[in-house]
Design a protein around this ligand. Sequence first.
Ligand SMILES: Nc1nc2c(ncn2[C@@H]2O[C@H](COP(=O)(O)OP(=O)(O)OP(=O)(O)O)[C@@H](O)[C@H]2O)c(=O)[nH]1
Ligand SMILES: [Mg+2]
Length: 631
Amino acid sequence: MASTSSISIYTPFSRQLLSPPYCKIKRSPRKAKPRKLTPNPNPLLKSRSIPQLEATTYTRLPPKDDFIADPSQFSAPEITLSDLNSIRDVSARKPPVNGEKVEEIGGGDEELGFDYGKFELFEIGSDNEEDDEEFDDEVVLGFGDGELGDEFEGVDENGEEGEREKEKGVPAVMRCFDRAKIFVKAGDGGNGCVAIRREKFVPLGGPSGGDGGRGGHVYVEVDGSMNSLLPFRQSIHYRAGRGSHGKGSNMHGAKGDSVVVKVPPGTVVREAGKDGEEGELLFELLNPGQRALLLPGGRGGRGNAAFKSGTNRVPKIAENGEEGAEMWLELELKLVADVGIVGVPNAGKSTLLSVVSAAKPNIANYPFTTLLPNLGVVSFDYDASMVVADLPGLLEGAHRGFGLGHEFLRHTERCSVLVHIVDGSSQQPEYEYDAVRLELEMFSPELAEKPYIVAYNKMDLPDAYENWPSFKETLQSRGIEPFCMSAATGEGTREVIYAAYELVQKRKEAAKGEGFNSPLNLNHVADMVSKQRKSPINEFEISHDTSSNTWNVVGAGLQRFVQMTNWSYVDSDRRFQHVLEACGVFKSLTRLGVKEGDTVVIGEMEMVWHDYKNGGSSNIKRRAAAVRWPQ
Ligand SMILES: Nc1nc2c(ncn2[C@@H]2O[C@H](COP(=O)(O)OP(=O)(O)OP(=O)(O)O)[C@@H](O)[C@H]2O)c(=O)[nH]1
Ligand SMILES: [Mg+2]
């Protein structure tokens, strides 16, 4: 079978600063075979030398020490964003044979004038035909002696695309903590109690077993002081407390402790999807203090005092507490800010935020200083304010997850206005500007339609000062009026931020006309769970598996009833039979042709069918150790 490998190459912009460079060919999701690094036997892959190039944009974070303090030294022949594309384009080609594959890779490099003299080339995979079939997309080419996969924490054996996107060019420590997956479980109800009142001078005191307490609820609440989902890296499971069991003397159990999951403003809550797919959107929490009841706690089981009746005055029966619902949630943070500051790494975004607001973001002369978005409130003289977000740097390919990729772009979706900072001291500010605009457009056309302001930064540097007229002319010819400023000295920043404020106001005016959307009922998940719990016991479906003579009776009400039946009490069996009879399960099974010895499964319970000879009615009995635990 011909190999259909697609190649994606991760090439650092600055070959001097980043090592080791490597390229790799996508693996198919099928491979499960352990991979070996074997020297490439192909003589076409010769060693070549790497040119000493530098640039001001980066795909990956080099060690801090490798950075040169003087930004003027970051002048480089332009091997930046678009060059990367031409390398990536190789991935579109389909190399039919190994030899050609090598030529293509070499060809791509030559076009760029890259020379990999310092590095050895490895081919990972097998040469023979059989293995080619299995690893058909699996050839991984590596340069240098760095072990593939080591830096790419999460390169998964299944080759899942989502995981891959994450890992592109970003070590784990650098990821934004704005996505999290957590498990929540409402508390189970406490069990009811069987007790008989015995007291001096109170003969025949009667049943006095109390009910169990309700399980704790699960809430999701907005905490205004949070700005990332970082805490969810530490704790993933959130379980509400279970209710206490009922006691004698009609003492009801205490309620379980509720659990409140605190999230930052702007968190989107989804049910976790299966097979890597996005789950159903549950709600979005925008304002501090907003609270949603997500899962209600399970009901407490009734004690024997609740079962007292005219015919059974001392019932020996009590219920189990109802199990609390549980689910996996996906949390995604989208910042709620009026203005988002975007631009390539090191452009001066954090510096601008620090100048116009009281925020104190980290500022340093290396890319990806900002890994988590910073928020700042800009106050104006006339009692007006707006929230400005300084976002992590953007690289070409970000819309495909490159750099901090989606992690960053997602935050811009909620900003009503963007301030695009252009690093005036870069080699080609116009090019840098176009690349960032393109990324925004590729990520989402709606994002590209948002009003924006272009701010040409670092005017205090001679290079930037010289390039400003040509940059301005280029943008003016496209109908855009750029601003110039020096974030370091504060000059021109006021104009930029005022212009942004005006745009924000305009957007707000326009939004007023669009009408007010009534807020979503945040408790709708809990309502749904409660409704499901109330589903009638006589609504069920029966399916028959002829091979094993098993009858499956499925119904939410019935399953809940089975789960709450406490088999340790003598009257429970009788009540169980009676309820199944009354709700029509026996009748339906008989009509469908159930036979002596057939298995009947209701919820977690497996039972055996017995024809009741004497009275002509039917009966089922629990099997010994009949509880079927959920898969
Ligand atoms: N000379 C000069 N340097 C500036 C100016 N603005 C920012 N810088 C410097 O540029 C470097 C990067 O600034 P940051 O504000 O951290 O850049 P950033 O865009 O937030 O970078 P990331 O967070 O890495 O994306 C720092 O050393 C700043 O001191 C400016 O107007 N003039
Ligand atoms: Mg920054």
